[in-house]
Design a protein around this ligand. Structure first.
Ligand SMILES: Nc1ncnc2c1ncn2[C@@H]1O[C@H](COP(=O)(O)OP(=O)(O)OP(=O)(O)O)[C@@H](O)[C@H]1O
Ligand SMILES: O=c1[nH]c(=O)c2[nH+]cn([C@@H]3O[C@H](COP(=O)(O)O)[C@@H](O)[C@H]3O)c2[nH]1
Ligand SMILES: NC(=O)CC[C@H](N)C(=O)O
Ligand SMILES: [Mg+2]
Length: 514
């Protein structure tokens, strides 16, 4: 935990949107951490939070869902329960929860029937987002109802004296129009936070922490040219200078001509030693014939470490490996310390790491979300060429070729992807899009070109908007731009005769196809 900060604890009961609570809290300038309900007591000891938020959950308190020690409510801490969090609070404090006849999913409207600091600045009627089957039917002593909705007579309840608040809806999702204001009110009006979390203070703390961890040791930093590892490298360089060497691995799964570009760009901007490892044959060889997405990811994760190990040995035995791992990589890859959320996919730099790895990890960005990393990058003076880049996954094009990867498919995809990005840049849309890429499908369809029949591959285009990659919407292209991409790709890329556009949001889709 960053020292000297006021902290908020989010106790996770397994909701898919728990991370969004953390996003909203951080946006308000308050440091917070998510811990699973099983570790709630330890987290209170280590984090010393000033307030607590209880997340939602796919489980039900009626069927012995996840719970915590009711001692939490005797610690003089403000507590805010969200959805399952409300139901659990009621259950633990003497209220009642029943399976509702009126399940509510999606948009709903609440009437605020009693003024409360948690609703400061809101209208009497507000749009919220609900996602529940159970509902509270009696509230604990000391509480009163402060808002109602059609399906939830206890849409919001409060014990103003003990500073306990709970809502049946989800203030953390954007569909709850004034959700951030509600969270901000809880933080500042109720819990008394001052908002002391900023990237400037984070930078100073991390520099000190990196020095303490590394001492006089040597560090290699996996550098991809992406935002995260570039920011990590510059931050670590600020901390330990010449003890750092960066290693860029050309996996053969990069975008067209990316290897040369990254190396040139980095060498032009920074005076940090950079080793360029040509590992195309190693990666493509190991992937031959593998079609399962998780096996691909784990194979790539292991190869990265093998390469880093070999390079570390060459530079006088570096003991540390630095990576630009972010909070979402951690949360999505592992069910956090035995927590209740599902593993979605093994990010190559977290869940894909082999267990024999000996290098010790230095991951200064492990607590941050992407937009915070960009802010830190600007704080460190990185140029927009690094900070504004679309993210690119370590496993690269391998996870954009569903099924087995071959060098020919990689080549085809590189060509198509380059055209797609070129058209996006020309249309001036690059900065409006969070990430855009092409996917080469293992599907052949019939077409007609030059009066002859073709039977070739389908290419899918994907472009999303997002702030942190945790949730995303498909990007609404002008049709003409998509049309130009399709025409150019089919004309210029051999082997592709059809182009489709992916209009799935996340959730339920993920951004990458594997
Ligand atoms: N080709 C590569 N060579 C060396 N290290 C890499 C490579 N690709 C990924 N990594 C390591 O894996 C980490 C995670 O990759 P990830 O793609 O999430 O981050 P990034 O590439 O730094 O930033 P971005 O998300 O913007 O692409 C990187 O920060 C980096 O340390
Ligand atoms: O470095 C990475 N290693 C990985 O294994 C990995 N998997 C997904 N991503 C990137 O993470 C963001 C969210 O992607 P998903 O919605 O597909 O999980 C998107 O930006 C993805 O490109 C990865 N990055
Ligand atoms: N989103 C939630 O927290 C739902 C809580 C509980 N599973 C219900 O259906 O009511
Ligand atoms: Mg990357």
């Amino acid at each position: 935990m960053p020292a000297h900060h006021e902290a908020l604890l989010i106790i996770d009961f397994g909701s898919q949107v728990t991370q969004l609570i953390a996003r909203r809290v951080r946006e308000c300038g308050v440091y917070c951490e998510i811990h699973p309900f099983t570790k709630a007591a330890d987290a209170i000891d280590s984090l010393r939070p000033k307030a607590v938020i209880l997340s939602g959950s796919p489980h039900s308190v009626i069927h012995q869902g996840p719970t915590i020690d009711a001692k939490l409510f005797a610690m003089n801490l403000p507590v805010f329960g969200i959805c399952y969090g409300e139901q659990l609070m009621c259950d633990l404090l003497g209220g009642k929860v029943e399976a509702g006849h009126d399940r509510e999913f999606g948009r709903a409207s609440i009437d605020i029937i009693k003024p409360s600091p948690i609703f400061k600045g809101l209208n009497d009627n507000e749009t919220v987002w609900m996602s529940h089957g159970d509902r509270v039917t009696a509230i604990p002593e000391g509480f009163e109802v402060i808002a109602v909705s059609e399906g939830a007579p206890y849409a919001a309840i409060a014990d103003e004296k003990r500073k306990f608040y709970a809502v049946q809806f989800h203030p953390e999702v954007v569909h709850t129009a004034r959700g951030t204001d509600i969270i901000r009110n809880f933080l500042f009006e109720i819990a008394g936070f001052t908002g002391d979390w900023s990237m400037a203070s984070f930078r100073d703390e991390q520099v000190a922490k990196i020095r303490a961890q590394v001492g006089t040791g040597k560090v290699i930093c996996g550098l991809s040219g992406g935002v995260d590892s570039s920011v990590a490298a510059v931050l670590i360089h600020e901390a330990i200078g010449e003890q750092l060497t960066c290693v860029f691995v050309d996996t053969g799964l990069l975008r067209k001509e990316e290897g040369a570009q990254v190396v040139a760009l980095f060498r032009d901007h920074y005076n940090i030693p950079l080793i360029h490892v040509e590992a195309q044959e190693l990666f493509l060889g190991a992937l031959a014939g593998i079609d399962d997405p998780e096996t691909k990811r784990k194979t790539i994760g292991k190869l990265f470490i093998d390469v880093f190990d070999a390079e570390a040995a060459k530079i006088d035995g570096a003991q540390f490996l630095a990576q630009g791992t972010l909070y979402p990589d951690v949360v999505e890859s592992v069910s956090p310390s035995g927590g209740p959320s599902a593993v979605i996919k093994s990010h190559h730099n977290v869940g894909g790491l082999p267990d024999y790895m000996e290098l010790k990890l230095v991951e200064p960005l492990r607590e941050l979300f992407k937009d915070e990393v960009r802010a830190l990058g600007r704080e460190l003076g990185l140029s927009e060429q690094f900070v504004g880049r679309h993210p690119f996954p370590g496993p690269g094009l391998a996870i954009r070729i569903p099924g087995a990867v071959t060098p020919e498919k990689v080549k085809t995809l590189q060509e198509a992807d380059a055209i797609y990005l070129d058209e996006i840049r020309k249309a001036g849309l690059y900065d409006q899009i969070w990430q855009a890429f092409a996917v080469l499908l293992p599907v052949k369809t019939v077409g007609v070109m030059g009066d002859a029949r073709t039977y070739e591959d389908v290419l899918a285009l994907r472009a999303v908007t997002s702030s942190d990659g945790m949730t995303a919407d498909f990007f609404e292209f002008p049709w003409a731009v998509l049309g130009r991409c399709a025409t150019r790709i089919v004309n210029e890329v051999r082997g592709v005769n059809r182009v489709v556009y992916d209009v799935t949001s996340k959730p339920p889709g993920t951004i990458e196809w594997e």
